[in-house]
Design a binder for this molecule. Sequence first.
Ligand code: GLC
Length: 447
Amino acid sequence: MNIARHHGHSRRTLRVTAIATAIATVAVLSACSSGGGGSTSTGTPTGNPTKGSITWWASPITTSGADPRTVLINAFEKAYPNIKVKLISAPNDTDTNRATLTTQISGGGGPDVYMGDVIWPAQFGAHQLALPLSKYLGSSYWNTFASGLVAGATYNSQVYGAPFFEDQGFLYYRKDILAADGLKVPTTWEQLVSDAKLAQSKGQVKYGYVFQGANYEGATCDYMEFLADAGGKVLNTKGDASAIDSAAATKALTFEQSLVTSGVSPQATSTFQETQSMNAFSAGDSLFLRNWDYAYSTSQASGSAVIGKVGVAPMPTFQGESTPGYSNIGGWNLYVNPHSKNVAADLTFIKWMTGKTAQTDLATQFSEIPTNAAVRSSSTVKNANPVLAIVSTTKLVPRPAQTPNYPEVSQAIYSNVNGVLAGSLTPKAAIQKANSQINTAVKNGGL
Ligand code: GLC
């Protein structure tokens, strides 16, 4: 995981970088001591690897244009004509998705294979909601992935998910409006706000910046970026106590609040998930958008009002910090339900979906960041769209998801951030509440 491709000069940036790197290193080491990165696989999966029918639970990957899930299933069934895959469309919101799925699996049912968030391995591994794939797949398979991804899917020395696509936060902007106003792409939050206010005052757009502030996981992702930019962090180095109660955390949240109170971002930001912010940008209503990689292809799909007018850049940071700003790491893995009867066919499907054909399709047709190392470094893929061309320049911050209690940690963040954006909490009070809720979450059987 390239946590800090850009070496910052500020001490705070270096400290965050060092901690993030340390966490990644621990994860890599634990992956290597298991089936994850090094040792051989031992288990023989049940079922027939080239025959049968399987169900695949997956949320929509994009919000308009062709459905990548169907495109990939059709191609897989051509390659394996005796395996039928039935798609079960999962909820869009990652929290609702997880709640529905965990209820089904705990009750003894659920799909065979599911596309699950990169933040799930600790919780799902600790509660037997996913099969440890490293029991069946050895290092020759895990070595096909871009660096760091397998470590991120590892919990307690077992790999629970096969990385399917990676997400990173990006800044999307209107090329036409910046050019008309004689502006460069902003590299600081302060510049972004002043560019936004200018375009709004000229009536070129209704909003300056749209992002995710609803009461859900996405609000944690966006806040992680502001927090890391300001030099703050969520947990202490050991991961057993909150470290969020800091001047940096309050600065980050005060800035986020000011986006809404100044009118740069819509009043409705406290209800915005990815879809609402995407729709506002695609309708031509906003100068800037924070969203994941797929947003480029969605902004260029038919029905969009901004076709040919969109550029993409790494995230901005606060004035005085080294550029670029932090991008949160997201993405989705493929997991196997422990109740699945045809694990052999599940694995055939997973291997194909993480192989060259599927990964190239995901990258070139849907602007997803491929997890397959060879596909990611292919120049055809890099030339396919501007998002893939700049992936190597982003600076990444992960969410603190190594604890099985991550859902509670994240809720402590997003519910309080949302309270501020909705106008019911002050930034300082929100950080204090988040601090005590995070401490409760990690002390109740956290790391
Ligand atoms: C994207 C990311 C995922 C994140 C979610 C939040 O789907 O890939 O990791 O949790 O957005 O909305």
